[in-house]
Design a protein around this ligand. Sequence first.
Ligand code: ADP
Length: 607
Amino acid sequence: MARHSRNDQAGIDLPKARLDRESLSQVLELLRYLRPYRVRFVLALLSLFSSNLLSLAFPYLAGSLIDAANRPGASVNGTALLLVGILAVQAGFLFFHSLSFATVGQRAIVDLRRDVYARLISLPMAFFGNRRVGELASRLSADLVQIEDTLIALLPQFLRQMTLLAGGIVLIGITSLKLTGIMLASLPVLTLVAVLFGRRTRRLAREAQDRLAETATIVEETLQGIVNVKAFANESHELRRYHSGLLGFLEATLRSARLRASFVSFIVFALFGSIVLVLWSGARLLQAGEISFGELTRFILYTTFVAGAMGQFADLYSQIQKAVGSTQRVRELLRETPEVEATLATQPASTLARLRGEVAFEDVHFAYPARPGVEVLQGIQLHAQPGQKIAIVGPSGAGKSTLLSLLLRLHDPTRGRILIDGRDARDYPLTDLRNQLSLVPQEVLLFGGSIADNIAYGRPGASQAEIEEAARLANAHGFIHAFPEGYQTTVGDRGIQLSGGQRQRIAIARAILRNPAILILDEATSSLDSESERLIQEALETLMQGRTSFLIAHRLATVRNADRILVVDQGRIVESGTHAELNAIEGGLYRHLAALQFHAHPTVPAP
Ligand code: ADP
């Protein structure tokens, strides 16, 4: 009898929300996703109500049939045919609204998923900094499944039980007021128990769900860092951690299950107890000749309807609480302010003229939103002329990546400002600005797809000729061409694995294709063989030509060729100049780093 959603079967307990005016009105907000399909939805509702009315006619006619059977000479055929006819019509309605609810629900959910994803990827970095993104993603997808279930199955079911309950009670009343009174006496008791139970389980369900999310995080973290797990031979340690998380989950779930079990058994006992009570009273009324056989049958059938509906209500109520709880995170996410607007339509051409590439940092201070008290950058002052190559060196944790992430506007300075072509970076439309910047990251992420697709990521819509030209300039054409499938070779999880050097050249080709005014490079720290090193160095030189380039440098060659080197330490620029100038500073940090690293091991990262 009880209806279980897919999430229940998967063992994920979703949060339940208190059902009050506020939470319900917020849920109504999500109903706007039904608006484009409202005609079909309303028709489905009408069909549902019609089929419910026919359900209610069924016991009535069944009663008439029995009474007719008791009257000698009365024909039973007509009533029986009518019953069959009603069943057929009802089947038609049922087909229509089952299909309609599924169609409308699925379409609305597709729209909702699209919007949730669009919002998620358009949110500023600060949003991601504060969260465990994997956990968020898995919870969101569980939430969406729950909402989907609600639209397709729970809502129709709820409406059906509501009408059966209300209609059943009215029709019972018409049949026998006395029996109805007895029936209704048990209703408030059951309702009260259901409400009390709902409150108790809500807390337990939430707890179990939190525990499960914790274990999911462990799986995700360890799989992402599987190399670390293996390198430290920590498999057993991780297993113990995971297992103890699971045990915590089990305990919480079982507590919730115990409560639920006692509730269900109580309800069944109370429910059937009240049915027995009603039957007994009905039998006595029949004996006394106050009602007919047909009326008693009618009454019994209606009673099962009403009892069935009441029995499902507790379950439905808790399902609805879950659904409301599920919408919470989704609604919260949709309410976050995105930094850009992601749309399905192709972006209109940027109105921003090509930047010259002059960059200035004016007394820039910055603290990550996750750690507001710690200033990672403390008064950065720099000025780059168009076309200059600026190398940034310094110990690990000095703030080099942070500095460049501010230039990309992944974050904005907490104090001070960044000027691009003399204008505050915050005054540019974000997408237009980023379209003129390009990042070649340390760890190049290739998407599942062909090599051509991956290069075209720099400028979606680029032609094959443009892609190949970019690859040539990036010194990548040679190795791509050598693959049997050339540019159509699949890379990523399901394709071939490229070496670090090859991936970097693809990233460089991507950036060349993008043709940015300002380049941001985070040199890979991994050592490469000297041939790869030379090819990459050459490709980088080509790429940097005619653009303002900032690069976090680990290689002597790149540093030497830079117009200026900034030495960053603890969030400050401590030295600035050319290689020769900085190397001449007695006791300077650059000279120290250079002596320590560059000379001894040219390809080893700075500390
Ligand atoms: P570098 O690139 O020079 O190695 P980073 O710019 O990555 O240094 O980091 C500078 C400081 O900022 C470090 O102390 C680091 O712990 C901190 N940091 C980096 N990213 C974040 C973040 N997302 N949230 C909070 N602190 C961060």
